[in-house]
Design a protein around this ligand. Structure first.
Ligand code: SPM
Length: 295
């Protein structure tokens, strides 16, 4: 546990957030392995349940993962009037699948994860998220998402990119070529949603991603959410849509469906598109810029 100090605090240090760091107290390491793609560690924490760390970066804690999984899933899903075929790229912990399984309109859920070991670790040790793999509509593909989409032209209603940060195996998932590929893989009226980073913590990554989406999709948006165990305590969903608006839902959840959510509500869907003044100014700047200046 080289980056956990002697009192058991894991500190998430990275150049993406220079001069700041988040620390979580760890009780024990459950497993540690090196896959062909990355360093994988699963911890039991003192107060946040299990915590997955890939290449030193926190991917989830059981304490607040619901906020991220619900917003990444339900914002695009409720923006679409009738999503049937859905693709998840990344998301090997199964949390997004768990949320998709709450949608009755869905007939087929494909997940394309590059690192099978992430799935194995979460299926063995984190059933609270990996229960998503148990839904009979789920098909698992172990492959590079940027290649997988090339063989699925005009197929999906919703594509969700549950990536890590743009360093390591997730890097390709932040480039324009990948977004152009996802656009090709969408059915009429399709929507993409991707891990959109934080406008507070790394405005340059946020602006480039939004600029890439804006240069390819007639409708784009960003939904903001609170996740205390990500650095800065916030992150967002970057959205691109061929037809449907994304800053408010096209449908409301049934009462039964809503009772299964702990974060998403239709009201929050709308509110999450409203950013603080400086965040909105960043968006305005992206919208006014030359669309070809993003890649
Ligand atoms: N299903 C959970 C997978 C997590 N994917 C997002 C991870 C982001 C981690 N870093 C956030 C730091 C802020 N940029």
């Amino acid at each position: 546990m080289d980056f956990v100090n002697c009192e058991g605090w894991l500190t998430e240090l990275d150049d993406m957030w220079p001069g700041k760091a988040l620390s979580i107290q760890v009780e024990k390491e459950i497993c540690h392995l090196r896959s062909p793609f990355q360093d994988i560690r699963l911890f039991e924490t003192t107060d946040c349940g299990k915590m997955l760390v890939l290449d030193g970066m926190i991917q989830f804690t059981e304490y607040d993962e619901f906020a991220y999984q619900e917003m990444m899933t339900h914002v695009p899903m409720f923006s679409h009037p009738a999503p049937e075929k859905v693709l998840v790229i990344g998301g090997g912990d199964g949390g997004i699948l768990r949320e998709l399984a709450k949608h009755d309109t869905v007939k087929e859920i494909d997940i394309c994860e590059i690192d099978e070991e992430v799935i194995n670790v979460c299926r063995e040790h984190v059933p609270s998220l990996a229960c998503g793999f148990d839904d009979p509509r789920v098909n698992i593909h172990i492959a590079d998402g940027s290649e997988f989409i090339k063989s699925h032209n005009s197929y999906y209603d919703v594509i969700i990119v549950d990536s890590s940060d743009p360093i390591g195996p997730g890097e390709a998932l932040f480039h324009k070529a990948f977004y152009a590929g996802m656009k090709q893989a969408l059915n009429d009226g399709g929507i993409i949603a991707s891990q959109g980073e934080s406008f507070f913590l790394h405005p340059e990554v946020f602006c480039n991603l939004l600029g890439v989406v804006r240069s390819l999709f007639p409708i784009c948006g960003y939904s903001f959410m609170l996740v205390p165990t990500y650095p800065g305590g916030n992150i967002g969903v970057c959205l691109g849509s061929l037809k449907h608006k994304v800053n408010s839902p096209a449908r409301r959840p049934s009462a039964e469906q809503q009772s299964k959510f702990n974060y998403y509500t239709p009201e929050l869907h709308q509110a999450s598109a409203v950013l603080p003044a400086f965040g909105q100014r960043l968006i305005d700047k992206v919208m006014a810029a030359d669309p070809n200046s993003f890649n």
